[in-house]
Design a protein around this ligand. Sequence first.
Ligand SMILES: [Zn+2]
Length: 136
Amino acid sequence: MALHIKDSDQQAVFEHSRSGYPHEACGLFGGNEGFVKTFYPMTNVAASGTVYLLDSREQLEVMQAMDDAGEDLIGIYHSHVASEAFPSPTDIKQAFYPDSAYVIVSLDDMEKPDMRAFMIVDGKIGVEEIKVIEGE
Ligand SMILES: [Zn+2]
C-alpha cells in the first residue's frame, strides 16, 4: 500500500525539515488507508543532527487529536540533514510501529529534498512507494 500525500503537505514537510536544520526535524502523519490527512509537525527534543526523539507529551496530544479526527498513525517522518533518505541503524532499532510508514527526508540537496518511505518490521526494511497528489 503506497503512502499518498498532498503536494501542499509534502511542501510543508520540506519546509519543516529546512527550518529544523542543522538538527533533524520530525513529525507524524495522521490519515486512513495510506492517505495522509493531517501533517503534525513535532519537536525533536534530542535537538541533534544525527538522531530524533519525539516529545512524549506532545506525542500524546497528537495521538489524541488523531483519535478525535478518526485518523490512524500512518506515517512517522524525520529528516536527515546530510545523509541519504534511508533508515540508519538507530532508526531501525527505534522503529516501534510496524503498521506505520517511516518517512525520511534528506536535505543533502537543500533545494530539492528527497522524500522516501519505508516499512520497518522486525528490523527488516521494505520500500514503500510515495504518491504525491497534486493540488491544494
Ligand atoms: Zn534517521
